[in-house]
Design a protein around this ligand. Structure first.
Ligand code: NAP
Length: 292
C-alpha cells in the first residue's frame, strides 16, 4: 500500500511538560490529530481542551507502551508520526552514579525510544507511510563533564537513528533527529534533582556541586541562555520536519546548538577539555580534592 490516504496521526511521549507539551499544543492547534501521552495522564488533562487525545504511557514499561499503541491503532489504523520525546538527564560523576540509576537512564532515553520504534513500525510499513522524530540533543555530538550517562544515551540515539533511517526509508518511513541546544523547560531542574544530595567530603562532592551550579547558570542567566530558546521553538522545528515532503536527517535547534556542535567538531580534544575547565573544576588530588 502506498502512503496515499495513510494515517497521519501523531503520538508524542512525555507531554507533561517542556518540549512534548509544546509540540502537542502546537500540532493540535494546527489541525493534526495528536495523542498526547504521559506517565500520569492527569498531568496532561488540560491538553484535552487544546484538542489532544490522551493516553497513559511510560516508556520504561512494555505493557504501557503496547497498550498505548494498540489504542491508537484500533482507532486510527496506524500511528503516522511518532515523536520520541520522553527523556531526562541522570547527571553526576561516572564513577559515582549508582548502576540502578544508570540502567533507568538507558531504559528511558534509549531502550524506551527504540521499543516505541519497534512497536509502531509494522503499522507504518503496512500503510507505506511514517515519520519517526527522535529527540536527541546537541549532547549527542559533544559531552559535558557530569553528564556522561545522559550524553551516552543521546550518542546512542544518534547512532540508532542513523541506522534506522537507512533501514526503513524503503518502506516509506522517514526518521528525523532533533538536536536542541539550551531549551528552557523542566530539564535543568530534573538534571540537578537526579544527582540527589552531594556526599559531603566525597571525591566528587565539589565537582557535583559545580555541575549543579553550571547546569542552573547555563539555563538561567549564562551567556549560552541568550543563545537558547523556549520549547515552542523546538515544537516549530518538529512541525516543519513532519510537514515537509523531504525532511532533513537532523535539525539543530537554536544558535546554542549550532555554536557548541561546531566548536566541538573543530576543536582538538585537548582544546575542548581546556574550554570545559572554565566552567567545571576537575576532581582529584591535583586540584585539592579528596581521594576517597
Ligand atoms: P522536561 O520538561 O523535563 O520534560 C521531560 C518529559 O519526559 C516529561 O514530560 C517527563 O514526564 C517525561 N518522561 C520522563 N521519563 C519518562 C518515562 N519513563 N515515560 C514517559 N515519559 C517520561 O524536559 P524537556 O527539555 O522538555 O525534554 C524533552 C526531551 O528533549 C528529552 O528527551 C531531552 O533529553 C531533550 N532535550 C532537551 C534539551 C533542553 O535543553 N531542555 C536539550 C536537548 C534535548 P514526567 O513528568 O512523568 O517525569
Amino acid at each position: 500500500m502506498s502512503g496515499i490516504g495513510a494515517s497521519r496521526v501523531v503520538l508524542i511521549t512525555g507531554c507533561s511538560s517542556g518540549i512534548g507539551r509544546a509540540t502537542a499544543e502546537r500540532l493540535a492547534g494546527r489541525g493534526w490529530t495528536v495523542y498526547a501521552t504521559a506517565r500520569k495522564v492527569e498531568d496532561v488533562a488540560d491538553l484535552e481542551r487544546r484538542g489532544c487525545r490522551l493516553l497513559p504511557l511510560d516508556v520504561t514499561d512494555e505493557g504501557s507502551m503496547r497498550s498505548a499503541i494498540e489504542e491508537v491503532e484500533k482507532a486510527e489504523g496506524s500511528v503516522g508520526v511518532l515523536v520520541n520525546n520522553a527523556g531526562y538527564s541522570q547527571s553526576g560523576a561516572v564513577e559515582a552514579v549508582p548502576m540502578e540509576k544508570v540502567r533507568c537512564q538507558f531504559e528511558t532515553n534509549v531502550f524506551g525510544l527504540v521499543r516505541m520504534c519497534q512497536l509502531v513500525l509494522p503499522g507504518m510499513r503496512r500503510q507505506g507511510y511514517g515519520r519517526i522524530v527522535n529527540l536527541s540533543s546537541m549532547g549527542g555530538k559533544l559531552t559535558f563533564p557530569g553528564g556522561g550517562y545522559y550524553h551516552a544515551t543521546k550518542h546512542a540515539v544518534e547512532a540508532l537513528s542513523d541506522a534506522l533511517r537507512f533501514e526503513v526509508t524503503g518502506f516509506g518511513v522517514k526518521v528525523v533527529l532533533i538536536e536542541p541546544g539550551i531549551i528552557r523547560t523542566g530539564y535543568a531542574e530534573a538534571a540537578v534533582d537526579s544527582m540527589g544530595e552531594p556526599e559531603t567530603g566525597g571525591p566528587y562532592a565539589a565537582f557535583d556541586a559545580a555541575v549543579a551550579r553550571a547546569t542552573r547558570e547555563t539555563y538561567e542567566r549564562g551567556p549560552l541562555a541568550r543563545l537558547g530558546g523556549g520549547p515552542e521553538t523546538v515544537a516549530g522545528v518538529i512541525e516543519r520536519a513532519i510537514s515537509t515532503e523531504k525532511p532533513r536527517a537532523r535539525y539543530a535547534v537554536t544558535p546554542s546548538a549550532t555554536l557548541l556542535m561546531t566548536l566541538r567538531r573543530i576543536m582538538p580534544d585537548r582544546a575542548w577539555d581546556a574550554f570545559l575547565r572554565s566552567s567545571f573544576p576537575r576532581p582529584g588530588r591535583t586540584n585539592g580534592g579528596s581521594a576517597s
